[in-house]
Design a protein around this ligand. Structure first.
Ligand SMILES: *Cc1c(COP(=O)(O)O)cnc(C)c1O
Length: 285
């Protein structure tokens, strides 16, 4: 099941943007448009899923997600496009999810078999016995193959940026991005969840994928805006303003938080004049 069949647009475009708030500090802002890789499997979801689709070798693909998971949506779309059976194990009571929200309705329309489990079964990530032969991709899509897939994102930035930034959900994208950068480049991750556990999670993913730490990376934990899918008036205002200035749709759960983090760090003087800052646009609304 070669994922090339899906015709990704790779390497993704790297676009300079003219933004006085960065230019004032001598910082060159570049948008790494991973949101343009594929019309349906956008951004880092493409990079993480593609090696897993190849490894599944046509077996049913089973994965886990919340009711609004971009990862579930991408998996369902890949299933339809490649003719693979997909199973989504969803947290929560089935009745509480009917009628399906637009995200789950999209998954169902793409042929994904939705399997609802209660919180404790979800936490245990047990594979329902009926699907014991399935190829299992973890919640959020981050496993060793996914991390390897994201190293390509780092490779695409060689010689083109000094610092690369990404939002962090499970940490797989940052783990691969940092590993794929060249010496002298570094990555910054902006967690969108609160709790401070993601540093250990990125380390764990790198150990699993590469046998140890790889590349230079740090996390800045100040921009989650209260937690997953939470927002603040300031964040919303910033995202709307950014869209107006640059004509790029800003995804709110992840991308907006990363961009606001980068602006704040720039205003704090965190980047020396001349820094080329690549902001990875990991998805779109
Ligand atoms: C899933 C997702 C992320 C998070 O990627 P991780 O590898 O889980 O850290 C970031 N941005 C967007 C738009 C996403 O959909």
């Amino acid at each position: 099941m070669p994922p090339e069949l899906l015709r990704p647009h790779l390497p993704s475009p790297l676009q300079p943007v003219d933004d006085a708030r960065f230019a004032r500090h001598g910082v060159h802002l570049l948008l790494k448009r991973d949101d343009l890789i594929h019309p349906e499997l956008t951004g880092n979801k493409w990079r993480k899923l593609a090696p897993n689709l190849a490894a599944a070798q046509g077996r049913p693909l089973l994965t886990f997600g919340g009711a609004y998971s971009n990862h579930l949506r991408a998996t369902a779309a890949a299933g339809r496009l490649l003719g693979l059976v997909t199973i989504g194990v969803v947290r929560g009571d089935e009745l509480a999810h009917r009628p399906l929200n637009p995200s789950l309705a999209r998954c169902a329309a793409d042929g994904m078999r939705l399997h609802f489990v209660d919180r404790s079964a979800y936490r245990a990530k047990t594979v329902p016995p009926a699907f014991a032969d399935a190829y299992v991709v973890p919640e959020g899509g981050s496993n060793s193959l996914a991390v390897h897939g994201c190293t390509e994102l780092g490779h695409e930035l060689h010689g083109l940026a000094d610092v690369a930034a990404t939002a962090v959900g499970t940490g797989g994208t940052l783990a691969g991005l940092a590993a794929g950068l060249a010496p002298g480049q570094r990555a910054i991750g902006f967690p969108v969840l609160r709790g401070g556990f993601l540093e250990e999670e990125v380390r764990r993913l790198q150990r699993e994928a590469f046998g140890g730490p790889a590349g230079r990376w740090t996390l800045d934990d100040r921009f989650h805006a209260g937690g997953y899918a939470r927002t603040t008036p300031r964040l919303e205002e910033f995202a709307e303003d950014f869209e107006g200035r640059h004509g790029v749709a800003v995804e709110r759960v992840y991308v907006a938080k990363m961009l606001l983090g980068l602006l704040t760090l720039t205003e704090e003087g965190a980047f020396p004049p001349g820094t080329r800052l690549a902001a990875v646009i990991t998805g779109r609304p």
